[in-house]
Ligand binder design. Sequence first.
Ligand SMILES: Nc1ncnc2c1ncn2[C@@H]1O[C@H](COP(=O)(O)OP(=O)(O)OP(=O)(O)O)[C@@H](O)[C@H]1O
Length: 280
Amino acid sequence: MTQQDKTVLSVHALHWQINDKPILADIHFNLQEGQVLGIIGPNGAGKSSLLRCLYRYFKPTSGHIQLFNQNMTALSSRAFAQKVAVVLQDTPQHFDMTTRQLVALGLTPHKGVFDSHTELDDAVIDQALYKVGLTEKGAQVFESLSGGEKQRALIARAIVQDPQLLILDEPTNHLDIRYQIQILELLRSLKISVIISIHDLNLASALCDSLVLLEKGHLIAQGSPNQVLTEATISSVFDVCCEVHSHPQHGKPLICYFYGYDNDLSCNHDKGNHHLNVTT
Ligand SMILES: Nc1ncnc2c1ncn2[C@@H]1O[C@H](COP(=O)(O)OP(=O)(O)OP(=O)(O)O)[C@@H](O)[C@H]1O
C-alpha cells in the first residue's frame, strides 16, 4: 500500500465564511489510516466549524476535502454514512426511545429498506453497549440517562455504524475523568481513524497520535503532541502560563498550569522560570 492509499482524509486550503465573516482560513492537514487526530484550540477558534465542514453540515467556501482519495462532495448521503459516523455535543431529543433503540439506529446506513433485524444485529448492539459500559441501561429511556451516559450511548451508536472514520465533537465533555480516559482508549482500540475536538490538552497529549491547533480560524501548528504542545505555543495561543514536562508513564507532554489570572500576569519563558506577576 502506498502512503497516499493510507490517507483517509485530506484537507487542502479550506476556507469557510458566513455572512462575509471568515471563520476558517487556509486549513490543511491529512489524517492517516488508524490514527487519532485531535483538533485543539481556545473557545471560538473554529474547532466545531471545521468538524462541521468535515461531516458535510457546512459547505466550505473554498478548498478541497478528500475522503479515501475521493472528492467528499461526490459521495451520496448513504455512501457517506457507511464510511463516516459522527458524535455531536448537542443531540436532537429522542423522546421515548430506549437506549438500545437509539444504539440500533447505527445499523440504518447498512440496511436495505426490506432488511429485517437479525440476531447478529442484536449481538452487535449488545457488544457496543458493553464496550461503553451501558449493558444495564439498554431498556432505559435514552432521555432519562445522565449526560455522561447519553454521551456513551451516542458513541455506542457510532460503533454499531461500523465506520471507517469517526468524527466526535468534544466527546469527553460530560464524562468523569475515568470515562474520559476509558472512552478515548476505547476509540483508540477500535483501530479506525478518528477525529475529535478536545479541550483537555493533557488528554489530547496522551491519547491523540497527532494534533491540529487552531486559533481564530487559522492553523497555528500541526504534528505530534511533542511538536505541537510546547510551552511557547500553549502560552501564546491559550494565554496561560505553563510548564511542559514529560509524562512519567507515556513520555508525551504533560502540561502543568500556573494560577492567578485575576490580575495582570506575565510569564517568563526565557528563563524557563514561569511565574505569575501577581500576588494571589
Ligand atoms: N452559524 C454561524 N453564524 C455565525 N457565526 C458562527 C456560526 N458558526 C460559528 N460561528 C462563529 O465561528 C467562530 C468559531 O466557532 P466554533 O464553534 O467553530 O468554535 P470552537 O473552537 O468550536 O469553540 P468552543 O471551544 O467554544 O466550542 C465563533 O466566533 C462563532 O461565533
